[in-house]
Design a protein around this ligand. Structure first.
Ligand code: ADP
Length: 479
């Protein structure tokens, strides 16, 4: 038991370690691939941008340059006319927003990059973004700051010899619009500057690949798949081993219970026979013929019981090895049931109230009378045995289109949902049935199930603990 638990704990610990190691490895591989991806595409993009400026004597920024140039020239005068500080701040935001929009709309660089990526046969699904770091208007060699990002002003200390410009730090109300902010997934391609005699613009170019995750997933697919497969494989092996262990434990418990119950069952008639034998040895009994006859009958009855028990065990072990052999006879089912019940009443069931309600319409059926009688007797005996009050048994029988159904309902102790799943298993006894309050070997219902199945039918149970149980035997008509 202890060994089993240690094996189980060791198994769980190894699986946890395996999964953790796999997760760490996969995370590492993913990060590595991510970095490689960024590096590769940064190099591609930089290569593309530099080849473009070299080849076409342009920075791919022509439209933008002329639009901003024209706009800057037109707003410099307006700006100079504004004296009120807050109006000035508002105007600067307006100018900055316009410039940002021009940069976003005019996708010269982006289109060039896309063509370049396509030529190289690499992914061209990307978003290109320009983030402004600083924008200044130039009025007669005087810089008028419009926007400086906090990061940029920290990055570049004020240049020597150049007076600090008024309004250089970002002004209240002049926060960058959302499109000027960058997210963590974007790759910095290039920091650049565009300058004319009317403005100066410092900006960063970023690209963001919408398919990046997909591409990395494709690249790491094999190792990810293998990791997942090894985890699933180990989990399956563990679950199977665990189930086998549990099954082995259940069977070993059943075996122990069976041996205990069998010993108890065999001991009772044996000790009665021993006592009866001793009684017959007594002188005063030997002269009393009536007493001798009574004791002999007792010995006979107990021997029969003992014999039945041994036969049942032998028969069941024989079923394991050979096919069930039925000796079928055609019987009228209602007549058969009446006989079985009246026999039971005169035997062990005389203290029970038994009602019968049949709707068989003179149906005839092929049955092995001996086995089927045993089946019914086992159900009726259980209904009496597992009862804590005066047993009331209702037997109902009817035919459906293809079957004969027999329901045996009792008012006994009932069976829990968990036990209902196992009561037809060999040697199984519900937990309350294991104590010797109710005697038995856990074979009765196994026998019932086997016989029903041998007739091509089945037996089912429905029960509520404390309320009673209903066993339904169904046998097909056309056998
Ligand atoms: P046994 O009666 O020898 O224990 P069975 O195979 O006949 O073996 O029954 C298996 C178990 O099912 C019993 O231990 C008992 O707990 C439960 N059982 C069977 N029939 C009834 C019933 N009519 N009412 C309540 N419990 C029952």
């Amino acid at each position: 038991m202890k060994k089993r638990n240690t094996v189980l704990l060791l198994g769980i610990a190894s699986i946890v370690i395996l999964i953790s190691v796999q997760v760490i490895i996969v995370k590492g591989v993913w990060q590595q691939k991510d970095e490689m991806f960024n590096l590769r595409y940064r190099l591609y993009s930089q290569d593309a941008l530099s080849s473009m400026s070299g080849r076409m004597t342009t920075d791919g920024f022509d439209t933008v340059r002329s639009m901003i140039n024209w706009y800057s020239a037109s707003v410099i005068k307006d700006l100079a006319a504004i004296k009120d500080d807050s109006l000035l701040a508002l105007k600067k935001v307006e100018i900055f927003t316009y410039v940002s929009k021009v940069l976003t709309k005019e996708q010269d660089l982006s289109e060039y990059l896309s063509r370049y990526f396509e030529r190289r046969g690499v992914d061209k699904n990307f978003n290109f973004k320009i983030v402004i770091n600083r924008f200044e208007l130039i009025d007669n060699e005087k810089w008028i700051p419009i926007y400086v990002s906090e990061e940029f002003s920290n990055r570049r200390p004020p240049q020597a010899g150049r007076p600090p410009q008024p309004g250089r730090p970002p002004q209240p109300g002049s926060q960058p619009p959302d499109f000027n902010r960058r997210s963590s997934n974007e790759i910095l391609v290039k920091g650049d500057r565009s300058e004319t005699n009317t403005y100066r613009l410092d900006f960063d170019c970023f690209i963001d690949f919408s398919d990046k995750q997909k591409i990395i997933l494709k690249e790491t697919g094999t190792s990810l798949g293998l990791s997942a497969f090894s985890i699933i494989f180990v989990l399956i092996i563990f679950m199977t081993t665990y189930r086998n262990l549990m099954e082995e434990k259940r069977l070993s418990n059943l075996k122990t219970d069976f041996i205990n119950n069998m010993t108890h069952e065999l001991k009772t008639p044996l000790s009665t026979i021993t006592v009866a034998g001793k009684t017959l040895e007594m002188v005063q009994i030997r002269t009393n013929e009536a007493k001798i006859l009574e004791t002999a009958k007792l010995i006979g009855k107990q021997s029969v019981h003992l014999n039945q028990l041994i036969n049942m065990i032998l028969e069941i072990s024989m079923w394991e090895r050979t096919q069930f052999q039925l000796d079928k006879k055609t019987v009228e089912i209602e007549e058969f049931m009446n006989d079985v019940v009246s026999c039971f009443k005169s035997g062990g069931g005389n203290n029970a109230t038994i009602t019968q309600k049949y709707n068989f319409n003179d149906t005839k059926i092929d049955l092995d009378v001996v086995y089927f009688t045993t089946l019914m007797n086992n159900l009726l005996a259980n209904a009496v045995k597992y009862s804590d009050k005066v047993p009331v048994i209702d037997i109902e029988g009817f035919t459906t289109e293809n079957n004969v159904c027999i329901r045996v309902e009792d008012n006994g102790i009932g069976i829990s949902k968990i036990d209902q799943k196992h009561i037809f298993d060999k040697f199984y006894r519900a937990s309350t049935g294991n104590i010797h309050k109710f005697k038995g070997l856990g074979l009765g219902l196994y026998y019932v199930k086997k016989i029903a199945e041998a007739h091509g039918g089945d037996v089912t149970v429905s029960s509520k603990p404390g309320k009673g149980s209903i066993f339904t035997v169904t046998i097909p008509l056309n056998l």
